[in-house]
Write a protein that binds this ligand. Structure first.
Ligand SMILES: Nc1ncnc2c1ncn2[C@@H]1O[C@H](COP(=O)(O)OP(=O)(O)OP(=O)(O)O)[C@@H](O)[C@H]1O
Length: 255
């Protein structure tokens, strides 16, 4: 299995709070890796450093040999990396179709000048953007709602829409921050199905999630964070039997 993402010694200090401390792990091609841990363990901070939303105090991240740390967020998509957010980032006043088409610009060559002069390429790009968007809307079963305003959709559908926008340019590596948060069981299974189907086509994932049943079902490997430190890493079976992990979660329940 070839290595895709290398997280090396990531550390984040917020004043006196050591939110993440010397965390290292890898994601290999075709793998689904989950990051779990009790509330406040440092998962979001770790995720934000990996996806270039926050600079680390120490440590670095590489993707296929390219240093991600210090990169600007728009540089990630051309590398084949995509991410979704814990809080939905959809455009409520735009249609479902327009939201997804927004995600296609990475692959297309149209820029402001060519669009302003309505060069022939613009028409071709618009057609391609539409076709790409329709393909993923079918994949997430939202094609019947393509002309609805995104703000009119249920929360579960809005999550599907955000996922559609994240996958529309065929990224090789997708980072999902709590993809199942706020979803009911049916919606959770539906989202898990999309992730699994993309994995079967070779896409790799890193995701943070609180819903343990989903994590255990989807992840090939799990990284467990507690008080900012990696306390365990292994397959779902190994993690469920790991005493340090059990103690960390029991501690959380006792709080
Ligand atoms: N911007 C910030 N400034 C100061 N402290 C912060 C900041 N962001 C996070 N922290 C602290 O860092 C620690 C880790 O927070 P983080 O949100 O990364 O944890 P988490 O595992 O994602 O939590 P949850 O599961 O509740 O989302 C917490 O103690 C939190 O209070």
């Amino acid at each position: 299995m070839s290595n895709l993402l290398t997280v090396n010694g990531l550390t984040k200090q917020f004043g006196g709070v050591l939110a993440v401390s010397d965390v290292s792990f890898e994601v290999n091609k075709g793998e689904i890796v989950a990051v779990i841990g009790p509330n406040g363990a440092g998962k979001t901070t770790l995720f934000n450093m990996i996806s270039c939303f926050m600079p680390p105090t120490k440590g670095e991240v590489h993707y296929k040999g390219t240093r991600l740390t210090g990169q600007k967020i728009p540089n990630l998509a051309p590398l084949g990396i995509s991410r979704t957010f814990q809080n939905l980032q959809i455009f409520e006043n735009m249609t479902v179709l327009e939201n997804v088409m927004m995600g296609t610009h990475v692959k297309l060559k149209t820029n402001v000048l060519s669009a302003a002069f309505k060069l022939p390429r613009v028409k071709k790009d618009e057609k391609m953007a539409f076709e790409m968007a329709m393909e993923v809307l079918k994949f997430v079963e939202l094609e019947d709602l393509m002309f609805e305003k995104a703000g009119q959709l249920s929360y579960g559908m809005q999550k599907q829409l955000e996922f559609a926008r994240a996958i529309v340019y065929n990224p090789e590596f997708i980072m999902l921050d709590e993809p199942m948060a706020g979803l009911n069981d049916t919606e959770t299974n539906r989202m898990a199905g999309y992730i699994q189907r993309l994995k079967n086509k070779g896409t790799s994932f890193l995701f943070v999630e609180h819903k343990m049943a989903t994590v255990m079902e989807l992840a090939d490997r799990i990284v467990v964070i507690d008080f900012g430190k990696k306390i365990a890493e292994g397959t779902p079976d190994e993690i469920q039997r790991n005493e340090k992990v059990i103690a960390a979660y029991l501690g959380e329940e006792a709080v």
